[in-house]
Design a protein around this ligand. Structure first.
Ligand code: UD1
Length: 421
């Protein structure tokens, strides 16, 4: 198993290109199931999660060609020959549940294993199922699988999500594009990945209004067509790399970064004293003062502060001047990075969904490991500001969501090496 060694060595200078969004791409790829016509995604990130989704779609009979080194994905469902998403693949990645809505909408039936994924709480899929049921799906949960049928096809419905769910909104949105009549999704997620999916579906001929607000209206159409769509920039990768100079000092330009994708996060950076400016090519982040100030964070659905940046922000708070309270409101078990950061000399107390972080002058390198994607990257960030070496094991979590992370950081002067094992 590979590991990564980070040696803290002062300020960073340079630029980092931001890839297409993993989470957008994982929702866009299953959209191919809605049509026999080809779907081409450009600006796709090259990540193991994308390869997992590729394997899942291929197991259903979808043709997937990864072109230009994987940055272009050409998908076609014209020879689809299965409606069963097997446990063997689904257990690797929770986003696999996103094939359920499109399969059901187009083929009237689907069997999808209940997912696994990151170990960050119970993460049920009840909302996905309830939204599809409202559209007339008949569901049966047996042997760890959702057996779904829509004998006469799905029909439009009004459904209000009892809590905001990104994945359930995506599943319902895709299913509704081919349902008979009008679907109104209330309390829908507003994340940029939802907006990106709606844009792609519209390019395919879907009739959608209101994406990016909490009410999305979809007029079902008979069929969708071919389309080419560029995947939106990854706001979580962007936020992660913006934290690198915030933590290590210096100035880094994140190419392709957009303020509207990370406004709540940038507001927090401003509170800490880190400067963010828009440039022609993206966002530049500069830390000039000696130490950042502590800032409290509450994670919320978009446009609030993203849960997927909480771990990385905690790494910054570990070396801030003062005490920060970080409240996690999306997932109940998302402080797995805290005990690892403690090993590096951080001062953190966790009580339920709240972590209180008192900044220290300096962290110390240590062997650490993490059990989820964002927790892993927070330890790399912490390593940039630590004295000595930080050795991160279980790097496969990192490879799920960050493309060439060691190269990107090295490009700015960081000492980050992958050790093959
Ligand atoms: C997506 C992102 C993930 C991010 C999360 C929240 C992808 C592939 N993943 O995950 O990186 O951390 O949004 O921004 O896009 N819930 C239920 N029942 C459901 C569905 C969700 O109770 O049927 C709960 C979850 O347990 C969680 C909350 O709703 O507490 C939000 O989850 P959701 O927005 O659905 O997250 P994902 O789509 O899984």
């Amino acid at each position: 198993m590979d590991s990564i060694v980070v040696t803290g060595n002062g300020p960073l200078e340079g630029e980092i290109p931001i890839a297409g969004a993993k989470n957008a791409c994982l929702a866009l790829m299953p959209a191919t199931l809605l049509t026999d016509a080809p779907l081409t995604l450009t600006n796709a990130p090259r990540l193991s999660d994308i390869r997992t989704m590729t394997a899942l779609l291929e197991s259903l009979g979808v043709e997937v060609a990864a072109l230009q080194g994987g940055q272009v994905l050409a998908l076609s469902s014209h020879a689809l020959d299965s409606e069963r998403a097997d446990y063997d693949i689904v257990r690797k990645m929770r986003a696999s549940i996103l094939v359920l809505g499109p399969l059901l909408a187009r083929h009237g039936r689907a069997e999808v294993s209940l997912p696994g994924g990151c170990a960050i709480g119970a993460r049920p899929v009840d909302l996905h199922l309830r939204a599809l049921e409202a559209m007339g799906a008949e569901l049966d949960l047996r042997d760890g699988y959702v057996h779904a049928r829509a004998p006469g096809g799905l029909r439009g419905a009004t459904f209000e999500f009892p809590l905001v769910s990104v994945g359930a909104t995506e599943n319902a949105l895709m299913a509704a594009t081919l349902a008979r009549g009008t679907t109104v999704l209330k309390n829908a997620a507003r994340e940029p990945e939802i907006v990106d999916l709606a844009h792609c579906l519209r390019r395919m001929g879907a009739r959608i209004e209101g994406e990016g607000t909490s009410t999305i209206t979809i007029e079902g159409v008979d069929a969708l067509d071919s389309a080419t769509h560029p995947v939106v920039a990854d706001r979580i990768e962007l936020g992660t790399f913006m934290l690198a100079p915030a933590i290590a000092g210096g100035s880094v330009e994140c190419l392709g970064g957009r303020l509207d994708l990370v406004q709540a996060f940038v507001d927090k950076l401003a509170e800490t004293g880190v400067e963010v400016t828009e440039t022609e090519r993206g966002l530049r982040v500069t830390r000039t003062n000696d130490r950042v100030r502590a800032a409290n964070v509450v994670t919320e659905p978009f446009p609030g502060f993203p849960t997927d940046l909480q771990a990385q922000f905690m790494a910054l708070m570990c070396i801030a001047d003062g005490t920060a309270v970080l409240e996690e409101r999306i997932f109940e078990n998302r402080f797995m990075h805290a005990p690892e950061l403690l090993r590096m000399g951080a001062q953190i107390e966790v009580h339920g969904g709240t972590a209180t972080v008192t900044g220290v002058e300096r962290l110390r390198g240590a062997p650490v490991m993490a059990t989820d994607l964002r927790a892993s990257v927070s330890l790399i960030l912490a390593g940039l500001a630590a004295e000595g070496e930080t050795l991160l094991s279980r790097v496969y979590h990192l490879d799920r969501g960050y493309e060439r992370i060691e190269e990107k950081l090295r490009g700015c002067g960081a000492r980050v090496e992958r050790v093959r094992g």
